[in-house]
Design a protein around this ligand. Structure first.
Ligand SMILES: *[C@@H]1O[C@H](CO)[C@@H](O)[C@H](O)[C@H]1NC(C)=O
Length: 476
């Protein structure tokens, strides 16, 4: 009897305490906007009914197929705490998905004959060859094998923006393992290494940022993606929030084995992981502080993690690369297949990667790969040059960061649905051209907050939430 009393009283006390401890946030409506090609309308439904209710803040998803923007969706909040909705032009930091752009620029320089992946870095940058780095190749840099996983030197944001300063500290850096022997995600240094390389091999000696602007952004029909954000666009940037403790715990414990493996490897590598993602402090990720909410960090052009844009703009970058043949066929064949499957010393898992990109198995064809790069909190950009008769580019961005383990689930659900819709569309087109009645269906469905935009009579079920298990822990 007495124990029942204790239990009841404890429950009462807990309930009263929770009233004070739990955040008193309002129940806000799920806002959604955008347009989708009719053939992709089930993605709109998935985004609205499954994805957005699962987002703490806001998100956007865009798909280019055969050069056309066929999905352009956004919703939720650019800053929930300020009741600021995510709008058509809301931009957010995409973290490491920026690396896909840096890697594409290197592939462009290789395509143009300015650089070879086999080149020794010292061929272009002799001062780099100190402290056992003399044999580092461009391929090793791109494969996170140079050993320069982080720069321990304390530095200011101004110094981070000073390429001469960065050049010197990279030259004097001592690799954290013998270069070429192992791979360890160069979470932040990757962007600086690429910038230094581009400044030396571009015939006009432009910075990575300028190369991006002039060689990609200016050719893009939708140029809403920036690396080094112009100050006057700052008001469009969403506010980033960290995962809540409960989300992180759920994420971490959703696979006990994976967690145990990770803990063991973390201990073995002496915390290399945390050092790689927290140096320098003003670009650190996965800390309680979020320097990526600092407008001055937004203005820093760093191809590791400071890319900012809409999902539409990010997808457009790779649509441009593919449509304008900025990467030639031979080089594309090289980057389209991962070359590295080893356990990564920083990520602590073996993610297929190579030439600066990360790869995932094609959802419908296990013999093929999709090329791209995920970003901290579950952002992603991926592309395929030619599958089922056309190039496909997908981009997903969010400001309410998710913990690593579960972060990509929503993106993967959208990607797999898009892939299915694309396949149906291809089949339809083939049937149509056989009937010799080819008639392009250009109709779009426009959605506004509060409306039910989906046309009646959709016969396709989307397998929402059915996603492959993700073996990824950390992205910056
Ligand atoms: C670089 O390669 C040369 C030739 O293979 C070798 O003699 C030298 O020891 C290498 N240097 C380092 C630091 O590994």
């Amino acid at each position: 009897m007495a124990s029942w009393l204790v239990v009841s009283l404890s429950a009462l006390v807990a309930a009263v305490l929770l009233q004070f401890l739990l955040p008193h946030s309002q129940k806000l409506p799920v806002l959604v906007g955008g347009r989708v090609d009719e053939q992709f309308s089930d993605i709109e439904r998935l985004f609205r009914d499954e994805i957005l209710p699962d987002e703490r803040e806001g998100a956007a998803f865009a798909v280019y197929y055969k050069g056309r923007l066929v999905v352009d969706l956004w919703g939720g909040y650019a800053d929930r705490s300020a009741l600021r909705p995510w709008e058509s032009d809301t931009m957010t930091v995409v973290y490491s998905s920026t690396k896909a752009i840096g890697s594409a620029m290197i592939a462009m320089l290789v395509s143009r004959g300015n650089l070879k992946y086999e080149d020794l870095v010292i061929k272009h940058w002799p001062e780099f060859g100190k402290h056992g780095k003399e044999n580092v190749t461009v391929d090793w840099l791109m494969g996170h094998k140079s050993g320069i996983a982080f720069l321990a030197n304390p530095m200011t944001l101004e110094e981070g923006n000073n390429h001469a300063f960065i050049s010197q500290i990279i030259e004097n850096a001592v690799p954290h393992w013998p270069p070429g022997t192992q791979t360890g995600y160069h979470a932040i240094t990757f962007g600086w290494l690429i910038d230094q390389l581009i400044r030396r091999v571009d015939p006009q000696h432009r910075s990575a940022a300028q190369y991006y602007q002039e060689e990609i952004q200016q050719l893009s029909q939708d140029n809403d993606f920036y690396v080094g954000l112009p100050e006057q666009l700052e008001h469009r940037v969403a506010r980033i929030t960290n995962p809540q403790m409960s989300e992180s715990l759920m994420g971490a414990f959703s696979s006990g084995l994976l967690l145990a493996q990770t803990m063991y490897r973390y201990w073995q590598t002496d915390g290399l992981c945390m050092k790689a993602v927290s140096n320098p402090v003003f670009l650190s990720v996965m800390s309680d502080e979020i320097p990526y909410n600092n407008p001055r960090v937004h203005q820093l052009a760093q191809f590791s993690s400071t890319g900012i844009g809409t999902a539409r703009g990010l997808a457009s970058v790779f649509n441009t690369v593919l449509q304008k043949n900025l990467i030639n066929r031979q080089v594309y064949e090289r980057i389209a297949t991962p070359t590295i499957h080893d356990i990564d010393l920083v990520i602590l898992h073996g993610i297929p990667k190579g030439h600066g990109f990360m790869h995932s198995v094609h959802p419908n064809d296990k013999t093929k790969w999709i090329v791209g790069h995920p970003g901290n909190g579950g952002q992603s950009v991926e592309f395929v040059a030619d599958v089922n008769g056309g190039p496909l580019v997908l981009a997903f961005v969010r400001n309410g960061l998710k913990p690593g383990l579960t972060g990509l689930n929503n993106y993967l659900a959208l990607r797999n649905a898009a892939e299915k819709a694309k396949r149906r569309r291809t089949e339809k087109e083939e049937a149509r051209s056989q009937d010799d009645a080819a008639q392009q269906d250009e109709s779009v469905i426009v959605t506004e907050a509060g409306h039910d935009p989906v046309a009646a009579g959709q016969d396709v079920q989307v397998a929402a939430g059915h996603v492959e298990e993700v073996d990824l822990l950390f992205f910056t």
